[in-house]
Design a protein around this ligand. Structure first.
Ligand code: PLP
Length: 492
């Protein structure tokens, strides 16, 4: 006679969102998979279980029927319902940490995925807390105007919105971007030179995939953008970290210490994360060096719209006479990161290959989002929003500077940013990395400057983003930083 088990381990949440039959199904399915219910055992009758669990028979019948259809249970006429005689052993997770499990895991991982596992580029990216660098002030985003553009895009059921569309992206959006860039950034381009991407990061991956053979040399600013450093390393490029001096990426250092690269990555308008602006002389030297040696230069113009003291600088691309610069921009800072749109402005000769690569890697970006952003730009909301945010970020940066200087000036020296969305807070004592860990426990997302360095010796400083924090948060969390510093070092 089959053994009949009780299902006393099942607990039902009567006030929850999940219907009772789904809760039952999931509890029994999991119990079979993890071995709590061995194969062959008989389940209580629906009547019995309804009594035990104090529920009606209907959800139990539903759950038994569904699990029978999935093959977990077998009903035998006149005998009852049993756990099926199928081997679920292989579906059970292997015990973690055993030598066997480790061996299987590793033999299935590529060298590349082992590197990918260690990247810091995605650290804590999901949750936005005060002072997270690089996140815009979403609280000030014009939801109403965006909603209108969005609804229009949804209604326009044309194939460009609902089909795959052009692999270079929507012509309407490319036209609006070209117009904005010519006017605001001095970029020399037409809509035909633009490829729409899923954010700047996808642009970097697409460019690395298309332009770099394994083993070729690339120069990246150090300290610099972690996500591109790791993406290019994962693509098997030889990544050479080039120091940054007050004029920008130190080309002389690169020439002296490294082989000639195929590509140079730079953030000339606002060096990421140090915040310096590349001098005109350095721009000219870089463009000449690139032209003479057939080097591509990626200009990442990620937050250049936000300059507070003078007008934004003309882009490096705008100075380029030899088509060496590939300009990359993003809507992550000017709109919001979740929109996942960016763009490449490339020399005309590269467009066909980048378009084909975009088709090969991604099949393009969401048509409706592109149409909504195009409308938002055409209606003038984009320019208005940037203008508004420039003022708001200036105010936020000044408030953070004054709060920290006033409350924590004994422990910190704070940079006064003239551009961008973050500032640097230099520690007079203690270690920035350890402090950032402590601040995280208190709800603050600050990053140590060392995190952005490959080998550069950087100051003992924290990177604090002021754009995403409201005035109230700046005051509250600025004071919190001061309190924590006082607790740590006050008595020392
Ligand atoms: C230096 C730099 N460039 C570009 C970006 C934008 O990346 P994406 O457009 O993929 O959000 C970021 C985002 O934080 C950044 O830090």
């Amino acid at each position: 006679m089959a053994i009949q088990l009780s299902l006393s381990f099942i607990t039902i949440d009567r006030n929850g969102q999940v219907p009772i039959y789904l809760q039952l199904e999931s509890e029994i399915r999991n119990a079979v998979l993890n071995g709590t219910l061995p194969i062959g055992v008989k389940l209580p009758s629906t009547r019995q279980l309804a009594r035990d669990l104090k529920v009606s028979r209907i959800p139990i019948q539903n759950a038994y029927e569904q699990l029978s259809a999935e093959g977990f249970l077998t009903s035998k006429r006149g005998a009852g319902t049993f756990i099926s005689e199928v081997s679920v052993e292989n579906l059970r997770p292997k015990a973690a940490g055993t030598a066997f499990a480790d061996k299987i895991e590793h033999s299935r991982l590529s060298e590349r995925s082992r590197f990918i596992e260690r990247t810091l580029a995605t650290t804590r990216i999901e949750e936005v807390r005060p002072f997270r660098p690089g996140i815009p002030g979403i609280d000030l985003f014009p939801q109403k105007a965006w909603g209108q553009s969005w609804r229009k895009a949804v209604k326009q059921s044309v194939s460009t919105n609902y089909g795959y569309g052009n692999m270079a992206g929507s012509l309407r959006l490319r036209t609006a971007i070209a117009q904005h860039l010519r006017h605001a950034r001095g970029v020399k381009c037409t809509a035909d030179q633009i490829i729409i991407t899923g954010g700047a990061q996808q642009a970097f991956s697409l460019l690395s995939f298309s332009l770099l053979d394994p083993g070729v040399a690339v120069w990246l600013e150090d300290p610099g953008h972690i996500a591109i450093r790791d993406a290019m390393t994962a693509m098997n490029s030889q990544v050479f970290p080039v120091p940054v001096d007050p004029e920008g990426i130190d080309i002389a250092y690169g020439k002296k210490h490294y082989i000639t690269p195929k590509l140079i990555f730079t953030t000339p308008s606002h060096q990421h994360p140090l915040g310096t602006t590349m001098s005109l002389q350095r721009r000219i030297d870089l463009l000449n060096y690139a032209h003479e040696n057939d080097i591509w230069v990626i200009e990442d113009d990620y937050d250049s719209e936000f300059r507070y003291s003078e007008r934004p600088l003309v882009s490096l691309q705008g100075l380029d006479r030899h088509q060496v610069v590939i300009y990359v921009g993003s809507f992550s800072k000017t709109l919001f990161p979740g929109v996942r749109l960016g763009y490449i402005v490339a020399p005309t000769d590269l467009i066909d290959v980048l378009k084909a690569a975009q088709g090969m890697l991604t099949h393009g970006c969401c048509g409706i989002v592109q149409a909504a952003v195009a409308d938002f730009m055409e209606m003038g909301h984009y320019e208005t929003h940037i203008h508004k945010m420039r003022k708001a970020y200036k105010d936020r940066s000044q408030l953070l500077v004054s709060t920290l200087q006033e409350k924590a000036g004994k422990y910190l020296e704070v940079s006064n940013p003239s551009a961008g969305m973050h500032l640097l807070a230099y520690l007079k004592q203690g270690d920035a990395k350890a402090l950032c860990k402590m601040l995280w426990q208190e709800g603050i997302d600050a990053l140590p400057l060392t995190m952005f360095s490959a080998q550069a010796k950087v100051p003992n400083a924290m990177v604090l983003g002021f754009a995403c924090a409201t005035e109230a948060q700046i005051v509250e969390y600025g004071a919190k930083i001061a309190r924590i510093l006082e607790q740590q070092f006050g008595r020392a």
